[in-house]
Design a protein around this ligand. Structure first.
Ligand SMILES: [Zn+2]
Length: 340
């Protein structure tokens, strides 16, 4: 059984999109790879991924509006609409992924290819391998307050050039996380774009703007860089056995209360001594910090003070700090980045 639906040409695509979000998602029903044929005889291609996380709607809205407009480009435009089932459940745009599913942005070139999500990713990559692929973007939202930013999965100067053409703020991420743009980035310049928080209608306009810039680039610049470039350094998670919530008082229900509002500091600075949360005095550090090679560096970054405050040992720039408990469990609490 295929794990991917395919649509070819606007004649197949447009009638499906002529409805409200819920209906469109119900019609799509499964991950969908579609092609809008180019106007140029030269068979080159660009790729746009969206909704790999079913609760991140900005990119989907931007892509759906583009497809409804009937616009065509000198190149073949390939679009992946990813986790339709998670978007549909309790939605529209209900879940990042469903219980029993893998995260759609953690399955690319991940062995063994035995799950439906990994097969879907492998099918998409097999299709892309047959194309003269110029460039790719993957549109996301965050679950905490973050300025819009571009995630660059590698060191190719053309990836930085592409990032610079799409936005002023970028984050270089060398972590091996089996994301789509890591895999696609081995085939052409590819970046992910975090279009601000999910659930904010204005961020669809931002995603549309990014998409427009991407589609109207004459060529991928082979030099240039974003104005501000950060490097991903560490990942901070709540230890699996620790029960936690954001805000409130410590009580029998939780081992850790996380400070509210720290996501306001994303891409700025939290100073040494900042309180990230509270545990009962004498408790071990309830968070775990790993570097990009997965070494445990918790003790270098965090401490528990005598009064139970969980504090930073040194100044740190948080990025992608979330305010969502499920997201904290499913991905992480935040990353630590360093300005380049
Ligand atoms: Zn995402």
């Amino acid at each position: 059984m295929s794990h991917l639906r395919r649509l070819d040409g606007l004649d197949e695509v447009k009638p499906l999109l002529d409805a409200d979000d819920h209906t469109v998602l119900r019609r799509l029903a499964m991950p969908t790879l579609l092609r809008v044929p180019g106007t140029d005889a030269r068979p080159r291609a660009r790729f746009v991924a969206t909704l790999l996380h079913g609760n991140e709607e900005s990119g989907f809205w931007a892509v759906a509006d583009l497809l409804r407009s009937g616009a065509r480009f000198p190149f073949d435009l390939w679009v992946l609409i990813g986790n339709v089932a998670a978007a549909l459940a309790d939605g529209p745009f209900g879940h990042r992924y469903l219980e029993g599913q893998e995260d759609f942005n953690r399955v690319w070139e991940r062995e063994p290819v035995r799950t439906p999500e990994r097969r879907m990713a492998a099918e998409v990559l097999a299709t892309l391998d047959g194309l003269d692929l110029e460039a790719a973007i993957d549109l996301h939202n965050t679950t905490g307050h973050n300025p819009p930013h571009v995630i660059v999965p590698g060191d190719d100067p053309r990836m930085l050039g592409l990032a610079g053409a799409l936005g002023g703020l970028a984050l270089r991420w060398r972590l091996t996380a089996y994301t789509s743009m890591e895999a696609v980035g081995r085939r052409c310049p590819a970046v992910a774009v975090e279009c601000g928080m999910a659930g904010v209608p204005a961020n669809a306009a931002l995603a549309a703007d990014v998409l427009r810039r991407f589609l109207h680039l004459e060529a991928v610049p082979d030099e240039g860089a974003p104005r501000e470039l950060y490097e991903m350094r560490e990942r901070v998670v709540v230890r699996g056995e620790v029960r936690f919530r954001f805000g409130g008082e410590l009580d029998d229900g939780v081992d850790l209360v996380l400070a509210r509002g720290l996501d306001a500091a994303n891409f700025t600075m939290l100073l040494a001594g900042t309180t990230l949360g509270w545990v009962r005095p004498g408790t071990a550090v309830p968070l775990r910090v790993t570097d990009m090679a997965d070494n445990d560096v918790t003790d270098a970054v965090l401490d528990v003070a005598a009064d139970g405050r969980v504090v930073l040992r040194h100044d740190a720039t948080p990025v992608m700090m979330t305010r969502d408990e499920q997201q904290t469990r499913r991905d992480c609490l935040f990353y630590v980045a360093q300005r380049r």
